[in-house]
Design a protein around this ligand. Structure first.
Ligand code: C2E
Ligand code: CA
Ligand code: CA
Ligand code: CA
Length: 275
C-alpha cells in the first residue's frame, strides 16, 4: 500500500522494525550456534556416469536450532557472511568434512563449499592445511567448491589463493556454473578442475530441444577445456539417461540421492554401486 504519511507509514515502519528485530534474533542465535556446535553436515553423492558408481560426496551444512528446528543454509549463510560468522562456520565445516571423509574408501572425494568471505577475511590455505592434517586426509581427496561471485568480487585476492590450494593438490570446482554473466572469461583465466553446471539448466532438457542444446554446449565447453563436468539437480532417470549420452562426467541430484546424514554414507555406498 502506498504510504501518504499517517497510518500507512506507521504500518510500514512497524513491519520493517519487526524484520530487523527478527534478523537480530537470528544473528544472536547464530553466534551461539557456533559455540554450541549446533551444525551438522549432510552428504549428497556425486555419481560418476561412466564408472556407474559414487565417486564423492558434497558436504552441505545444516543448522539444527533448538526451537526453530532445521534452518536451511540459504536462510543463514548469507547472514553469516554479512556478520563475519561464516569464517568460523566454514572452518568448522572444513574440519568436520575432512574428519568424516577419512573413514570413507580412498577413491571417494569430499567437496566443500567455501564462501567469498573465507578468501578475504581468513587464512584459507592455512585453515585447509590444518583441517587436512588434523584428520590425516590426503589433499587430493578434498575439493573446494566456489561460486563465480567469489572470483568476481575479489579476483586479485582470490586467484593467488586458488593457485596455492591447487599447487598443494586440492581440487577446485566452479559451482553454479552459468548463473553469472562473466563465467566464460574466468574459465580461461583459471584452470578449474571441474565445473558444476547449475541445476537451473537441467529443467526442460528432456522436453525442450533448446534447453538441451544449451546444456550440451556448456558440457562441451567444459570438456574442451579439459575440465571435469558435473551436472547438479538431476531429478529423473530420463535426465540422467540424456546426460549419459553426452560428455558429462558426473551428476548430482535427488535421482541418485538427496543429502543424507554422515552416518548414512556407508549405506549409500553399498546401495548405489551400480545404478
Ligand atoms: P549448492 O552448493 O549449489 O548445493 C546444492 C543445493 O541443491 C543443496 O541445497 C542441495 O540440497 C540441493 N539439491 C540437491 N539435489 C537437488 C535436486 O535434484 N533438485 C533440487 N531442486 N535441488 C537439489 P542446500 O543443501 O539447501 O544448500 C543450499 C546452498 O547453501 C548451497 O548450494 C550452497 O551455496 C550453500 N551451502 C551449503 N552448505 C554450505 C557450506 O558448508 N558453506 C557455504 N559457504 N555454503 C553452503
Ligand atoms: Ca556446491
Ligand atoms: Ca551448486
Ligand atoms: Ca570431461
Amino acid at each position: 500500500a502506498k504510504s501518504s504519511g499517517g497510518k500507512g507509514e506507521r504500518f510500514f515502519t512497524a513491519d520493517m522494525e519487526a524484520q530487523i528485530e527478527a534478523r537480530h534474533a537470528l544473528e544472536a542465535d547464530l553466534r551461539k550456534a557456533v559455540e554450541r556446535e549446533e551444525f551438522e553436515l549432510h552428504y549428497q553423492p556425486l555419481y560418476d556416469l561412466s564408472q556407474q558408481r559414487i565417486c564423492g560426496f558434497e558436504a552441505l551444512v545444516r543448522w539444527n536450532h533448538p526451537t526453530r528446528g532445521r534452518v536451511p543454509p540459504l536462510e543463514f549463510i548469507p547472514l553469516a557472511e554479512e556478520v563475519g560468522l561464516v569464517v568460523d562456520i566454514g572452518r568448522w565445516v572444513l574440519r568436520r568434512a575432512c574428519r568424516d571423509a577419512v573413514y570413507w574408501p580412498e577413491d571417494i572425494k569430499v567437496a566443500v563449499n567455501v564462501s567469498a568471505i573465507q578468501f578475504t577475511d581468513s587464512d584459507l590455505p592455512g585453515d585447509v592445511a590444518a583441517a587436512l592434517e588434523e584428520a590425516g586426509l590426503t589433499a587430493g581427496r578434498l575439493e573446494i567448491e566456489i561460486t563465480e561471485s567469489v572470483l568476481m568480487e575479489n579476483l586479485d585476492e582470490a586467484l593467488p589463493i586458488l593457485h596455492v590450494l591447487k599447487q598443494r593438490g586440492i581440487r577446485i570446482g566452479m559451482d553454479d556454473f552459468g548463473t553469472g554473466y562473466s563465467s566464460l572469461s574466468y574459465l580461461r583465466r583459471f584452470p578449474f578442475d571441474k565445473i558444476k553446471i547449475d541445476k537451473s539448466f537441467v529443467n526442460g532438457i528432456v522436453e525442450d530441444k533448446e534447453a538441451f542444446a544449451i546444456m550440451r554446449a556448456i558440457i562441451l565447453l567444459g570438456d574442451a577445456l579439459g575440465m571435469r563436468v558435473t551436472v547438479e539437480g538431476v531429478e529423473t532417470a530420463e535426465q540422467m539417461a540424456l546426460l549419459r549420452s553426452e560428455a558429462c562426467d558426473e551428476i548430482q541430484g535427488y535421482h541418485i540421492s538427496p543429502p543424507r546424514p554422515a552416518v548414512e554414507v556407508p549405506y549409500l555406498l553399498s546401495q548405489l554401486p551400480e545404478h
